[in-house]
Design a protein around this ligand. Structure first.
Ligand code: PGA
Length: 247
């Protein structure tokens, strides 16, 4: 299956920095053998929509979506609004939102459903904290997080992208070893197989300090179908090297 590399800019960027980065990416990306997206802060969607234009090499993504369709939800941005700016992907359930915005498994599942209804592919993030790993709870946590989404979206589960992001590896420079990551990816694949016969077509990304030097090895694992890249997606050289490693 074609690999997928998605950049998660998080709360970084400026009009000037975005323009420079996107121009560098478009100039140098060539013909990547993987799918590529950048998930940017909402205020920059319009800028990115015009910078990315009609080309099909780099797609546009958002970092969150409201669980509501419209109405009195101050500060929220709906899936339909994202769609108007050409958004094709939306990260949902990132651990930073689960932690700082107290998003629950149910919130995340509803967000995934809203995205799907609007024709946006949700990138559903799951992952355990260091403490949960130490207590032997990794499998339980990721399975529980995925189960909520499977339960709500039913057969549409085959249209999501899943991202395994161990919380202890995010922004810490501590990457899961390829074996550690593969072990969890295999568990997730099995869970997807129980939910849909299309499980083999669902891309399961690894995220958490993926960089130019560890990306290739991680992606040789049988169930690692790409990466969700934070810090390294803000530097053209690094992001392009990861894209190049995704064969
Ligand atoms: P990182 O972030 O690559 O900076 O660890 C990944 C993510 O949070 O999506």
């Amino acid at each position: 299956m074609k690999k997928f590399i998605a950049g998660n800019w998080k709360m970084n960027g400026s009009l000037a920095a975005n323009e420079k980065l996107v121009h560098e990416l478009l100039d140098r990306v060539g013909r990547p053998s993987c799918d590529v997206a950048v998930c940017v802060p909402c205020p920059y969607l319009s800028q990115l929509q015009s910078l990315l234009g009609d080309q099909r090499l780099i797609a546009l993504g958002a970092q969150n979506v409201s669980q509501h369709e419209s109405g009195a939800y101050t500060g929220d941005v709906s899936a339909a609004m994202l769609r108007e700016f050409g958004v094709r992907y939306a990260i949902v359930g990132h651990s930073e939102r689960r932690q700082h915005q107290a998003e629950t498994d149910t919130n995340v599942a509803i967000k995934a459903k809203r995205a799907l209804e609007a024709g946006i592919t949700p990138i559903v993030c799951v992952g355990e904290t260091q403490r949960e790993r130490d207590e032997g709870l990794t499998d339980y946590i990721v399975r529980r997080q995925l189960a909520a989404v499977v339960h709500l979206v039913g057969p549409c589960i085959s249209e999501i992208v899943l991202a395994y992001e161990p919380v202890w590896a995010i922004g810490t420079g501590k990457t899961a070893t390829p074996e550690q990551a593969q072990q969890v990816h295999a568990i997730l694949r099995k869970q997807l197989q129980a939910a849909t016969e299309k499980a083999h077509t669902i891309r399961i990304l690894y995220g958490g300090s993926m960089n130019a030097s560890n990306a290739a090895t991680l992606m040789t694992q049988p169930d690692i179908d790409g990466g969700l890249i934070g810090g390294a997606s803000l530097k053209a050289d690094d992001f392009l090297a990861i894209i190049g490693a995704a064969k």
